[in-house]
Write a protein of this length. Structure first.
Lengths: 116, 109
């Protein structure tokens, strides 16, 4: 059974850093591209980043480019978040890509709160 | 403002057929499959349609279609448990970003 489990969320002050993890199981991880998506309180879904199975191709949304770094290893994906702002407060989800532009599995999310 | 445009809200009665739309452009919906995601009470999103394919475990009252730059999700025989927010999304090659619609709040009356 495919499972994605995010972790690493928490409460921190503006300007701080945090590293999120997405542990994958139930499938051959390096065969699949992955995404990070977030949802601010009361808002819609916002895409953040894409990483290919080989890590050769990476894309970022403009809102996080230069501040966030995505990476992966044999079984997990990571999101290094730097220079955090209040507007980064959100639930962060990882998702597995099924087709170009379509994902099939999502994790349950991890909450990041940035507040002074 | 979202790259994909969805109705803010749609409502229907139990048993009714409802259609949610998602309007984009040639660089996104016009070029790629569209995913539809159901989110109940701000829980984790769940895929209910990949293009015109139904994910395993999703009832066949859900169906998807696309015409040009407009994608649609149809629910035939609306059920109370279908009440949720629905988001469409796909890739946009002109921006190299994954784009979402703003979401449609579906209410089952």
């Amino acid at each position: 059974e495919v499972e994605l489990v995010e972790s690493g969320g928490g409460i921190l002050q503006p300007g701080g850093s945090l590293r999120l993890s997405c542990a994958a199981s139930g499938f051959t991880f390096n065969y699949y591209s992955m995404h990070w998506v977030r949802q601010a309180p009361g808002k819609g879904l916002e895409w953040l980043s894409y990483i290919s199975g080989s890590s050769n191709t990476i894309y970022y949304a403009d809102s996080v480019k230069g501040r966030f770094i995505v990476s992966r290893d044999q079984s997990s994906m990571f999101l290094q978040m730097n220079s955090l702002r209040a507007e980064d407060t959100a639930v962060y989800y990882c998702a597995r890509q099924r087709l170009w532009g379509v994902v099939d599995y999502w994790g349950l999310g991890t909450l990041v709160t940035v507040s002074s | 403002q979202s790259a994909l445009t969805q109705e803010a809200s749609v409502s229907g009665t139990v048993g009714q057929k409802v259609t949610l739309s998602c309007t984009g452009s040639s660089s996104n919906i016009g070029s790629y499959a569209v995913g539809w995601y159901q989110q109940i009470s701000h829980g984790a999103p769940k895929a209910v349609m990949f293009g015109d394919s139904l994910p395993s475990g999703i009832p066949d009252r859900f169906s998807g279609s696309k015409s040009g730059t407009i994608a649609s999700l149809t629910i035939s025989g609306l059920q109370p448990e279908d009440e949720a927010d629905y988001y469409c999304s796909t890739w946009d090659y002109s921006l190299n970003v994954w784009v979402f619609g703003g979401g449609t709040e579906l209410t089952v009356l």
